[in-house]
Design a protein around this ligand. Structure first.
Ligand SMILES: NC(=O)c1ccc[n+]([C@@H]2O[C@H](COP(=O)([O-])OP(=O)(O)OC[C@H]3O[C@@H](n4cnc5c(N)ncnc54)[C@H](OP(=O)(O)O)[C@@H]3O)[C@@H](O)[C@H]2O)c1
Length: 318
């Protein structure tokens, strides 16, 4: 089968299209023919081992899993003999979790992995872009126990996590203020934000407004600035991933005696199902900036790592 293989850490050019062996499902697994995947910010950080501590978890000298890619949408081609929740030809989407491997024509996953039937009303390319930002935003907003009428500020609203957080916070009934740059204002309004602040023109931390929840999705704000606009009992979510994000969260919590939520998320089937249902009811949209053919994975990585994508970047295998 065709796959994009990453045999060393480095720039986008380390990604190479190769023929590799097609996987065979175990008794409890489904074999998914991948129709689409996506390039997420996390894929770029893993590819270039940034921060360096990535090597401690994913391989010291080279990536332990040569095939990257954490999200997919496709069709079940075969099932193991103990699989009962899915059948051949089911259209599914989801996340591969820490086994990666979605930059390939086929991927095996346990039937109880983070997957679900695909929403019927969107394409495979759109579906593949849902799990990364969607499950991350859902995890943190649920942890913050977000409630109707609460004032919630989403910082970095135009990224994968931010555009998901705006939609989910609105769905949970919050009054949502989104912070993004000028060129993304119309997009973010279309996702339902009640108010949009252009960070290029206005510093939200000095306008006197305070919030019940501030969700910092892009790790660009200083902690001191973030809590200036947080209500005394408010919750600060630091969505940035990794060891440093967790340490920053822990330090911030201790130093300020404020409620700070951070840490790594793990994708769950129930969250994928939740997102599927929201999409089918019309309450949640896929935000796709660009789509690239599989053969242009290097170009897709170059674009994503610039850090200015609007929502998500999809990759088509068909
Ligand atoms: N905790 C976890 O387990 C977990 C899981 C997934 C992701 N994450 C982390 O979440 C973070 C966000 O990921 P992502 O995929 O959503 O990022 P992304 O899509 O790559 O973010 C790109 C967006 O960030 C905006 N941006 C850039 N600089 C900004 C600034 N100074 N102020 C406000 N917005 C700015 C850009 O808009 P403009 O170009 O218009 O500024 C662009 O739309 C990453 O650090 C990722 O590692 C954590």
């Amino acid at each position: 089968m065709k796959a994009i293989v990453c045999m060393q850490y480095g720039p986008p050019e380390v990604l190479q299209l190769q023929e590799v062996e097609k996987p065979v499902p175990k008794d409890n697994e489904v074999l998914i023919k991948v129709f689409a995947t996506a390039v997420n910010s996390g894929d770029c950080r893993l590819r270039r081992a940034d921060p360096w501590a990535v090597r401690l978890f994913f391989g010291f000298t080279k990536p332990r899993y040569a095939i990257l890619g954490g999200v997919f949408s496709g069709e079940i081609e075969a099932i193991g003999k103990n699989v009962s929740s899915y059948k051949v030809a089911d259209q599914v989407f989801g996340s591969t979790g820490m086994s990666f491997g979605a930059y390939a024509a086929y991927k095996c996953l346990p039937e109880d992995g983070a997957l679900s039937l695909k929403p019927k009303n969107i394409s495979h390319e759109q579906a593949a872009t849902i799990p990364f930002g969607g499950t991350t935003a859902l995890h943190f907003l649920k942890k913050a126990n977000i409630k109707p009428e609460q004032k919630v500020l989403i910082y970095g609203a135009s990224g994968a996590v931010g555009s998901a957080a705006v939609q989910l916070a609105k769905h949970f009934g919050a009054d949502v203020t989104a912070v993004c740059s000028t060129s993304n204002i119309e997009l973010i309004k279309s996702l339902g934000a009640d108010k949009v602040i252009d960070y290029k023109k206005e510093d939200f931390t000095s306008n006197g407004e305070t919030y019940d929840v501030i969700f910092e999705t892009v790790n660009k704000l200083s902690f001191a600035n973030s809590i200036k606009s947080l209500k005394r009992e408010g919750i600060l979510i630091l969505g940035a991933t990794g060891l440093f994000g967790m340490l920053k969260g822990l330090w911030s919590k201790i130093a300020s005696n404020r409620k700070v939520i951070s840490g790594l998320i793990s994708e769950k089937a129930e969250d994928i199902v939740f997102l599927k249902e929201l999409i089918e009811k019309g309450y949640y949209k896929a935000v796709v900036d660009r789509s690239y053919p599989f053969e242009q994975m290097v170009e897709a990585h170059r674009y994503v790592e610039k850090g200015h994508k609007k929502g998500n970047v999809a990759i088509s295998l068909i």
